[in-house]
Write a protein that binds this ligand. Structure first.
Ligand SMILES: NC(=O)c1ccc[n+]([C@@H]2O[C@H](COP(=O)([O-])OP(=O)(O)OC[C@H]3O[C@@H](n4cnc5c(N)ncnc54)[C@H](OP(=O)(O)O)[C@@H]3O)[C@@H](O)[C@H]2O)c1
Length: 237
């Protein structure tokens, strides 16, 4: 039976790579994108299906869920990858960051994930092995942020970092609710990858960044749930 995955924000960057690597493994990787032209172009390059999906737009998310139900009857994997930084370069000081920037970033990185997850859950419950992968960041780790010995100490980005901390708790919360089901819910960090999000300043490639998300998307029944992982293993929350 074919495995069907939905990857949000899959028209470029790490999301595109997650879709590409899942498709390479024989998964039907539905490219979710908020822009019709960019989404269709990416899906065409991958030879995979496409669905219009703006994670901040409830109607668009509901329409995408209906389309997936019609096409596939269920969903096996949801990768909540779509994310924004809140501008680049980001404001380095929390005291100079307006609350409106937090609202804007949370709309996509936190509320968007909840909207998409709630809409897709009925379809994931129909899968024998549902997997939810939330693409978080080391910058969301409060323990790392408070450790002056790590590079994360310097990156005191109020909106982005706190949105990923919130996403980590969102991950833990869903994992707890779904612990008695076959659905596993995990967060991952791709590492610092050169993409549009950070003006291509990262030292890893999007291809490398996608590896851990793909691993969590294809976890076996003995895999973890409620975990926060990089390619090298568990991360401190
Ligand atoms: N790059 C890194 O170093 C790094 C490190 C840690 C975590 N991450 C996380 O990795 C994920 C992917 O980021 P990336 O580096 O690949 O960035 P990217 O190249 O900027 O890609 C972001 C993707 O998200 C999409 N998106 C943004 N808002 C959306 C919305 N409202 N609805 C649907 N799609 C939306 C973008 O679509 P458009 O093309 O339409 O804008 C794009 O496809 C993000 O969650 C990011 O926080 C990245």
């Amino acid at each position: 039976m074919t495995t069907t995955a939905l990857i949000t924000g899959a028209n470029k960057g790490i999301g595109f790579e997650i879709a590409r690597q899942l498709a390479e493994r024989g998964v039907t990787a539905v490219v979710g994108a908020r822009d019709d032209e960019r989404g269709r172009a990416a899906a065409e390059r991958l030879g995979q299906p496409y669905v219009l999906l703006d994670v901040t737009d409830e109607e668009s998310v509901q329409a995408a869920a209906k389309w997936i139900e019609r096409e596939y009857g269920r969903l096996d994997v949801l990768v909540n990858n779509a994310g924004v930084a809140g501008g680049w370069p980001p404001e380095p000081n929390p005291s100079a960051t307006p609350a409106s920037t937090l609202r804007e970033v949370y709309e996509t990185n936190v509320f968007g994930v909840v909207t998409v997850t709630n809409a897709m859950l009925p379809l994931l419950r129909r899968s024998e092995a549902g997997r939810i992968v939330n693409v978080s960041s080391e910058l969301g780790s409060i323990s790392l942020a408070l450790d002056p010995e790590t590079p994360f100490w310097e990156n005191n980005l109020l909106a982005y970092n706190s949105s990923k901390s919130a996403l980590n708790m969102v991950t833990a919360s869903y994992a707890k609710e779904l612990r008695d089901t076959p659905i596993k819910v995990n967060a991952c960090t791709p590492g610092y990858c050169a993409t549009d999000l950070n003006g291509h300043t990262g030292y890893r490639t999007a291809e490398q960044g996608a590896v851990i998300a793909v691993r969590l998307a294809t976890l076996g029944a003995d895999g973890p749930t409620g975990a926060f992982l990089s390619e090298d293993g568990p991360l401190t929350w």
